[in-house]
Design a protein around this ligand. Sequence first.
Ligand SMILES: *Cc1c(COP(=O)(O)O)cnc(C)c1O
Length: 433
Amino acid sequence: MKYYSTNDKSVRVSLREAVINGLAPDNGLYMPEYIPVLPTSFFESLPEKSFREIGYEVAKNLIGDDIPVAELRKIIDHTIQFDAPLVPVDNVYALELFHGPTLAFKDFGARFLSGLLGYFARQQSKEITILVATSGDTGSAVANAFFNVPGTRVVVLYPSGKVSEIQEKQFTTLGGNITSLEVAGTFDDCQRLVKAAFVDEQLKSSLFLTSANSINIARLIPQSFYYFYAYAQLKQSEKQVVISVPSGNFGNLTAGLMAKRMGLPIQKFLAVTNINDVVPEYLATKFFKPRNSQQTISNAMDVGNPSNFARMLELYDHDFEKLSKDIYGYYFTDDSTRSAMQSVFKNTGYVLDPHGAVGYLGLKEYLQNNSGYAGVFLETAHPAKFRDVVEKAIQQQVELPPRLQEFMKGEKKSISISVNFSEFKSLLPTLLT
Ligand SMILES: *Cc1c(COP(=O)(O)O)cnc(C)c1O
């Protein structure tokens, strides 16, 4: 399989190049040159397949022969280390994607990426250095995914005092091949340092640098696995299926659309956001108007210019009519989100996180006007990750899962640096062994 850039359809690069580049040199996003439909036999035996078997067959379908079969199996085993159960909630289903090490769906993408880069690292003599700027969650997902992967080293840059203690502990306590730099500045400063490193000729010639940002095709591919797995668990295939995706950068939704392209019979996708409603607005008006993001309680979805929108358009040949047949948009305020957490807890005992609550609201609204569907919404994070907001809404304590408690016991190790690039530049080579 080759990959093209959404900015230039004539570009063709290998999986290795697409994954190591992350973003295409023309700033486009990489897409597979075609998306093969899976055979009927795959769908017939879907309900009996394990999550890992599904992951393997879907990945093989999208990647082809670029990775040897035994290696791909290993990468899938490394990616799928935890379940994604479909849990009944109030006449619909929550697809719980938060059972990974950092309690959010981003663990899937980060682990698949680390598996692939670990494989590529073994093909060369130079260690691969992954630079990641984080406002909290990406750093922890990436650090935990790459921890102890031979041939790789992760350097996390984060703004001092601006991430929660629990987020900070999830990447600063690991040690080993994970180094944390505490930057006396903002998230934007961290991002600026990372970007400056990538264009610095001296660093580029001495180190093998790559990023792990969310637009990497390797983070998208594994996110399609769990749509198949959700369908396998539904076991009521006589009903049409609608899946509601609480969205920010629209990677998760794009992965769902790719699953549909591979033949998964999902009738409708719901693109549901908080008040950062650029995509729902596009679906209602045909106009895409990116803008600055606004802060909400579902803050992992506070995105004003969703990067995967370019991929969504590609999947539908930039045809609004086609796209808007498959995707419906909704958005909700923080007040509605809090009420949903409150009422679902009161009526069912289920604790939603603020992002899942947004997805739940979209699904309920759709089903009010369209009956006869089996409805699924993605629960993208564990409620304990957003403990303050959730506890206020449900008026009850939320238990920290044991994995998170373990992190809290670890000792923070980080190196403090200024926002000065030359300081970062001279430090970087000394961190690597
Ligand atoms: C990243 C994230 C989202 C948004 O996912 P996209 O793929 O960016 O649309 C939703 N919920 C949680 C908890 C997240 O971390």
